[in-house]
Design a protein around this ligand. Structure first.
Ligand SMILES: [Zn+2]
Length: 281
């Protein structure tokens, strides 16, 4: 069983080229090829032809039982009204979490303007995913994406579950501490490479993840994700295969934690009428 908790359906090469439906078909093909059972698709903080809106992503995946949407929220130009439609999607279960992009946009997660996002997440008990670490775009400002900033908002909203995306890479140690200290903070291991891992980087990164678990970050707090199409699914699965941790812990990382966090269970059926995969009880 594999749940990839961090994928995108954006066209990064040319944002003027409509991404849907092609990007979604590519995602499904990659999932089949790599035997990935469920993918969570994160929409962007901006909307253009290459970056489908949350609305369009929800509509395009309505009939699919193995793809779920996390709604990207913009900081620039954010209005409380932005959350009205998302609230409806949360109510019907077609959106399973919220995502912020500090670093790509110039704000800290604890910024006053973003507090309604955490309040909404608390109301529906869905996780808030936060971009941390390096930005794909060199125009990003990485001080805003340092994982240490997640600590403040995690303390202010102790009942809201927060996911530090990309283990804060390269600030993995800081992520370890923020996850270890706060019972409501998790981390995903997505987006560590562009395309495939090189052998040396793979060894280096695997050591850091093993260290993180050794340090005391519970395996219940770590989620498998790739950041596909930025990182290769195939390369990521190989990376996980050779991770030296007990099988029971690996299982948690590969799908059990995500199933719990995003409430991918039979009881909580998708109200769009999506049939939930039978394996999730
Ligand atoms: Zn991503």
């Amino acid at each position: 069983m594999i749940i990839d908790c961090h994928t995108h359906i954006n066209y990064y090469e040319d944002e003027n080229q409509p991404a849907l439906p092609g990007s979604l078909e590519n995602l499904q093909r990659e999932m089949r090829r790599n035997r990935v059972d469920v993918a969570i698709v994160l929409t962007s903080y901006k909307v253009n032809p290459g970056r489908p809106s949350t609305h369009d992503a929800v509509m395009a995946t309505r009939a699919l039982s193995n793809i779920f949407i996390v709604a990207g929220i913009r900081y620039d130009g954010f209005k409380k009204d932005d959350l009205v439609e998302i609230r409806g999607f949360l109510q019907e279960g077609s959106v399973r979490g919220l995502k912020l992009y500090p670093g790509y946009e110039t704000f800290y997660p604890q910024d006053e303007r973003m507090r309604p996002v955490f309040e909404l997440a608390g109301e529906f008990d869905v996780p808030v995913m936060i971009h941390t670490g390096d930005t794909l775009n060199p125009m990003g400002k990485v001080k805003f994406a340092h994982p240490l900033h997640v600590d403040e908002i995690a303390v202010d909203f102790p009942d809201v579950k927060i996911i530090i995306c990309h283990i804060g890479n390269p600030w993995v140690r800081d992520t370890m501490e923020v996850v270890y200290k706060n019972k409501n903070v998790y981390t995903d291991i997505s987006g560590l490479v562009l395309g495939d891992f090189t052998d040396r980087f793979e060894v280096y990164m695997r050591k850091q993840i093993q260290e993180m678990i050794l340090y005391g970050v519970e395996p219940e707090k770590v989620l498998y994700g790739t950041d596909w199409p930025i990182s290769s699914m195939e390369s990521y699965l190989r990376f996980m295969e050779e991770l030296k941790i007990p099988a029971q812990e690996k299982k948690k990382i590969m799908w059990e934690n995500a199933a719990q966090l995003f409430k991918l269970s039979k009881e909580n059926t998708n109200l769009n009428g999506n049939a939930m995969p039978g394996w999730l009880k």
